[in-house]
Design a protein around this ligand. Sequence first.
Ligand SMILES: Nc1nc2c(ncn2[C@@H]2O[C@H](COP(=O)(O)OP(=O)(O)O)[C@@H](O)[C@H]2O)c(=O)[nH]1
Ligand SMILES: [Mg+2]
Length: 393
Amino acid sequence: MKIRRYIANNNQEAILKVKMDLGNDALILNTRKVRQKGIFGLFSKPKVEVLAAIDEYGIRKEPENSGIEEKPPNSAKDTQNKINFDEKEGKITNLENKITNMEDMLQKIYRQIHVKEKLPDPGQKDEKQDQAPRAVQIFYNNLIRNEVESDIARRIIDNVVAKVGDNAGLNDTASVLYSIVAGIVGKPEIIGPLKEGKPTVVIFVGPTGVGKTTTLAKIAANYLLNQKKSVGLITADTYRIAAVEQLKTYAEILGIPVSVVYSVSDMSDAVNQFSDRDIILIDTAGRSHRNKAQFEEMKAMVTASGADEVYLVLSSTTSIRSCREIISNYDFLKDYKLIFTKTDEAPVLGIILNIRFITGMRLSYITTGQNVPDDIEVVNVDKISKSLIGSIV
Ligand SMILES: Nc1nc2c(ncn2[C@@H]2O[C@H](COP(=O)(O)OP(=O)(O)O)[C@@H](O)[C@H]2O)c(=O)[nH]1
Ligand SMILES: [Mg+2]
């Protein structure tokens, strides 16, 4: 008896090899799938290993019949063998399919692990091809996660691709993205420089409850305590007694005079009354932009104040949809600057980029808590841009 081992890519090929070598009388002893050893073997296609035997005297040079499986069964035993073989073939095909599915799955997992391992190392030129789309995709996802509007995120990413192309590594992509995002966030513009010889008049507008009065008190305290400037406060929010009291309380603590304005015609008198001050800060009622009459009055207050600077105060916790509605109602203002409050309560800061992008108006301050006077900062472009871009892993 002569036993031989054959390795082939599939059953058909294996049997062909057996027939070529041993002839049609060869006996198949065993068939199994085998894989290469090592990590790469795991993902290579399995091979078929066939153990075949033949009586040494039975070897014929050239088979006369077409093949083992094609040979017509000439006995009950042959028929049974054929059935067994077919059954086995069926099972093998079944297993093959299962293995192929597993292979696909493993390959997907392998690719993910492989790409992740490569990510922090964008310097390798030959791997850039794989990484570039991933880098762009990662940063796009980060922007979306930070609630940058998808069309804005898309435009930013398109810009990145236009600048560095599709094949840039993570570092190049990140640095171009950073400069684009930082460019959109823009250099903040805060109050001042204060005018010489007469007061700089600043008015704060925006929806109710966003933190206008608190923010105004923080700014007033900073001018008074840190910059040693004289400050005058005006409030036009007379619809709620509590609102007037709130500002009066801050004014009392700081020792700053406060004037209450009940109608549009009183506004210019109130401003003139503080002509000896370095800066006048005007608080307004959060007039509902849905109530036309109230809103018109607020507009008239802004005009009557003759303000040098107007600040639209928005909360970072407000949805983009509401913010869009608010800013479209304030578009009667030719020029204003943006303050975003409650950044301490906002999980992400996409809203700041979105509104800056949509309005084109400059950012100024953000507020970071309820504490007067500490919880206020000038917008930090670097910090906000980095937080919007997010991490790369
Ligand atoms: N967490 C947090 N709360 C704030 C911030 N700014 C203001 N608030 C709170 O928001 C609420 C409304 O503030 P207020 O100044 O009365 O809002 P206004 O109606 O716009 O004048 C108050 O409870 C404030 O303490 C902030 O930056 N962070
Ligand atoms: Mg208020």
